[in-house]
Design a protein around this ligand. Structure first.
Ligand code: CP
Length: 482
């Protein structure tokens, strides 16, 4: 869970007033004094497995009688700041807040806000979080925007989608649906189909499924495969092994797609079950279809082939007999209307369950309802500012590329020796030809053992030796003789 108070050292806003208990089968409500420090929901990694289970239980209670909990967040306000269009995420959050007895502020069309006058995201967040609202629900086209916002916000920031990076509350909604429909997530076989390259819902969902120990069958649209950085993160963090999948039993759905099986099991176990065709997909528990994310395409992605389509005929495939069909929506043509009547289609129920799960998220992050179990958030890492030099992040969609005044380059350490670092906003791994120390003004080859002696806050990254020399750095003795 992100707890970096950022440049503002914000602290909790005042929460005046006595809290009345909620009615019905009521979750325990915390008084202001008991409320924990501000927590943000930027990545699905910010929520532990135990917290997810507790959120599902809380959502079950909210879903049982959504009108019975209006005393949970009286006087609290959430602000929806949407720099991109939305129907479900914004309206389900606002419905959730209203059902909890709170109020909402909506900036659904940020082009009618002071953004058009040049106001930065960081300043907008400081203003809205500085007294207007008790929580901020943010959707933004730049990757890492929610991470930046969390650094400047004194109130919880909830990532409602940042570029192609993550959409953690959609993932909590998707996991909640699996929990309701299947009774568990551990060990399920889930097909992710469609645009796996640009779909942020797919990326957050894949990280969470791997953490739960579920198996993923990727059925990508040709050219829109799961990006390498997502596969590498799945491998590094969850020991997920990608392998070719024999998806004949998926029928039409996979007939024009190179399916890949991603399993958190160890390779030696895989070797017991595979042959030259790859892992044979048997019966799957869920198919998660996604639309082409054309708003993020360069233009050439879909010219040669027609997009995957789930039709009545495809639903007859042997492997899908017991599968639920999910979709984060909106859909275009990738699920035909005739499939809506199939009892396995749950995508409209899935969207409806967005309200109780977001009621659970809001009441938890606002400090109004404690979760029964906490657990450790996954992989919380310290981040460090780059003391000088150009922004080393290579990702043109990273917030550090556009919000240059407030998103100063920062990195996290993936591995100390040899040094591997990632952008602290968009999580993309940084590449660098040489590494310098801002104190000694000496630069080293990236594999040099001496780099481990440099304090993280003194690390500087150069794309080549010339750039390091141009910045007034000297080569280390090991480089000087080259
Ligand atoms: N699933 C989803 O994020 O939908 P919206 O874009 O309508 O919010």
């Amino acid at each position: 869970m992100t707890q970096d108070t950022g440049p503002d050292d914000g602290g909790d806003p005042e929460r005046g007033g006595e809290v009345r208990p909620v009615t019905g089968d009521a979750p325990q409500v915390l008084s202001g004094a008991e409320a924990p420090a501000v927590r943000h929901l930027v990545s699905i990694d910010d929520v532990s497995i135990e917290e997810m289970h507790a959120l599902f239980r809380l959502a079950d209670r909210f879903a049982s009688d959504p009108r019975a909990f209006a005393d949970t967040c009286p006087g609290f306000i959430s602000a929806s700041l949407f720099y991109e269009p939305s129907t479900r995420t914004r309206l389900s959050f606002e419905s959730a807040m209203l059902r909890l007895g709170g109020g909402v502020l909506t900036a659904a069309e940020m082009t009618s806000s002071s953004v058009v006058k040049g106001e930065s995201l960081a300043d907008t967040i400081r203003v809205v979080g500085g007294g207007y609202a008790d929580a901020i629900v943010l959707r933004h086209p730049s990757e890492g925007a929610a991470r930046l916002a969390a650094r400047y916000s004194p109130v919880p920031v909830i990532n409602a989608g940042d570029g192609s990076l993550e959409h953690p509350t959609q993932t909590l909604c998707d996991l909640y649906n699996l929990h309701v429909e299947r009774g568990k997530i551990e060990g399920l076989d889930v097909v992710l189909a469609g645009d796996l390259k640009y779909s942020r819902t797919v990326h957050s969902f894949a990280y969470a499924l791997a953490r739960f120990g579920a198996n993923i069958v990727c059925v990508p649209q040709a050219g829109l495969e799961l990006p390498d950085y997502v596969v590498e993160r799945l491998h590094e963090e969850f020991q997920v092994e990608p392998m070719r999948a024999d998806a004949r039993r998926l029928g039409n759905l996979a007939s024009n797609s190179d399916a890949v099986y991603l399993t958190p099991q160890k390779p030696h176990q895989l070797s017991l079950f595979t042959d030259a065709r790859g892992w044979e997909v048997q019966s799957v528990d869920a198919v998660y279809m996604t639309r082409p994310q054309t708003e993020r395409h360069s233009g050439s992605e879909l010219t040669d082939t027609t997009y995957l389509r789930l039709e009545k005929r495809a639903m007859a495939a042997e492997s899908l007999r017991d599968a639920v069909v999910m979709h984060p929506l909106p859909r275009r043509d990738e699920i035909s209307d005739e499939v809506d009547a199939d009892p396995r289609s749950i995508y409209f129920k899935q969207a409806a369950r967005g309200v109780p799960i977001r009621m659970a998220i809001l009441s938890w992050l606002l400090g109004r309802v404690p979760l029964e179990s906490a657990g450790e958030p996954h992989g919380q890492q310290a981040s460090y500012g780059v003391p000088m030099g150009p922004n080393p992040c290579p990702n043109p969609s990273c917030i550090s590329r556009t919000e240059t005044r407030h998103a100063e380059p920062r990195f996290t350490i993936l591995e100390r020796e040899p040094l591997r670092v990632a952008c602290a906003y968009c999580t993309r791994e940084l590449s660098h030809a040489v590494i310098g120390c801002s104190r000694s003004r000496i630069f080293h080859a990236p594999e040099a053992g001496t780099i481990r002696l440099i304090l993280p806050e003194h690390l500087v990254f150069f794309e080549d030796e010339e750039a390091a020399l141009g910045a007034g750095f000297r080569p280390a003795a090991s480089l000087a003789g080259h």
